[in-house]
Design a protein around this ligand. Structure first.
Ligand SMILES: [Fe+2]
Length: 271
């Protein structure tokens, strides 16, 4: 049976039915899922039951899994799977961001699998940066098209391993508007705490501008909040969205997500 794409009413997101991700995915379904991700930006697969090996091969549909740079949170036997788990000492990433912009080829997608889910709260929100871009005044769209960010590891983490700083802390420049390689549309693209500065601006002015931009572009009309059920797989298109965690759950309950990021293209802006 071919996959069925059921778009949400929200400005992004679709549920994918008719697929068991523990089984190999055929060429036609792979192509349909690549297209669906580019079109809908967040894909939800319900009721999956996956071993780490099965999860890693399912993720390949969207690109080759890449190593995550906060290696202290990676699964010991499967280092391409990161554990999102507050009992690991992690704080929920509640600020809007896209992942791993300090890489030359940042992830095309972040994939999350719900393994332990609290009874209430703990959702994941995704915002449509294609819609955010189109909603900006034309003068600001033009301004953004000329800006580039210089990215490195976050300055907000104090437990980064020295070997990760060495491997992943090399500054890398990306356009602030990028053209989606599948969809062809443009989207606002930046990670506020991985941006050391915008080229030609001081770090302080860059941070102030990015914060002001976030405050203006993120609004409920362009966001989807995923309320987790155990067995959900959520695929987020990192090329045209920002996402955030919600820490509004009872910390005596467990919340475990397995995270895989898959390599994408080097961001470019087609003028
Ligand atoms: Fe993230």
């Amino acid at each position: 049976m071919a996959v069925e794409v059921r778009p949400f009413a929200a400005s992004l997101g679709a549920e994918i039915a008719g697929i068991d991700l523990s089984q190999p995915v055929g060429a036609a379904d792979r192509a349909a899922l690549t297209r669906a991700l580019g079109d809908h930006l967040a894909l939800v697969f319900r009721d999956q039951a996956l071993t780490p090996e099965q999860y890693l091969s399912a993720a390949e549909v969207f690109g080759p899994p890449m190593r995550q740079h906060y290696s202290q949170h990676n699964m010991e036997d499967f280092p391409n799977i990161g554990l999102v788990w507050h009992r690991n000492g992690q704080k929920p990433a509640e600020a809007w961001h896209t992942d791993h912009t300090n890489r030359e080829k940042p992830p095309a997608a972040t994939i999350l699998y719900g393994v332990e889910i609290p009874s209430e709260g703990g959702g994941t929100s995704v915002a449509n940066m294609r819609a955010a871009y189109l909603a900006l005044p034309e003068a600001e769209r033009t301004k953004l098209r000329g800006l580039r960010t210089v990215n490195t590891l976050d300055d907000t983490h104090d437990d980064t391993r020295p070997e990760d700083v060495e491997k992943f802390g090399v500054p890398i420049v990306h356009p602030m508007v990028r053209t989606h390689p599948v969809h062809g549309s443009d989207a606002v693209y930046f990670h506020i705490t991985k941006t050391k500065h915008i080229e030609g601006m001081t770090p302080a002015d860059s941070r102030a501008y990015l914060q002001d931009l976030l405050d203006r572009i993120i609004e409920p009309g362009i966001a989807y909040t995923h309320q987790w059920r155990k067995g959900d797989v959520l695929v987020i298109d990192d090329r045209a969205t920002l996402h955030r965690a919600h820490g509004d759950y009872d910390r005596s309950e467990s919340r475990v997500l397995w995270r895989i990021i898959v390599e994408g293209d080097r961001p470019i802006l087609v003028q």
